[in-house]
Design a protein around this ligand. Sequence first.
Ligand SMILES: [Zn+2]
Length: 188
Amino acid sequence: MAVKKLVYYPGDEARLRALSKPVPHVRNKKLRQLIQDLKDTLESQPGAAIAAPQIGALKRVTVVKFGQNEDEDEQPMLALINPQILATGEDEPGFDGCLSIPNIYSWDTPRPVWIEFKALGEDGRAITRRVEGMDARMLHHEIDHLDGILFIDRLRDPEELYTPVEGANGKTKMIRLKDLPHLTKENR
Ligand SMILES: [Zn+2]
């Protein structure tokens, strides 16, 4: 039980690109510890979900906090073991960010508007559920991690990446990475 070091892109890209293995036995001490580590680490971070490869464990386990849509209350952390997508709605571009790619965001990642999925809960019971909107985007993002896929791979336009910058008025604004001051012509 511990807050683990996160695996970051691009320094640790090889580990983030590896394929995670299904968990064969749910009632297992190591798995319980992995789930607790994921929860402890997520608790220490500003995100709503985390996948095992992000703390260096190549297992098909993620911990999510559903309830991310407007007018919804954030739900307690839920561990999903061997999550599988059963059906999806159509893709729509929208927000993405990743604890393993800090301070970089996009509004250009196509993901399904809803997902029906199944998984095992940490008590070993089967979970089948349909989630939509931000919850579907989040779950899709986490399952991507288990397959070695990062949100930057899915951008329709690879330049649609933003980072927060504090403006002269003290307000934070998002600027495109390609528009960072040292890259713009006036400053060359
Ligand atoms: Zn991520």
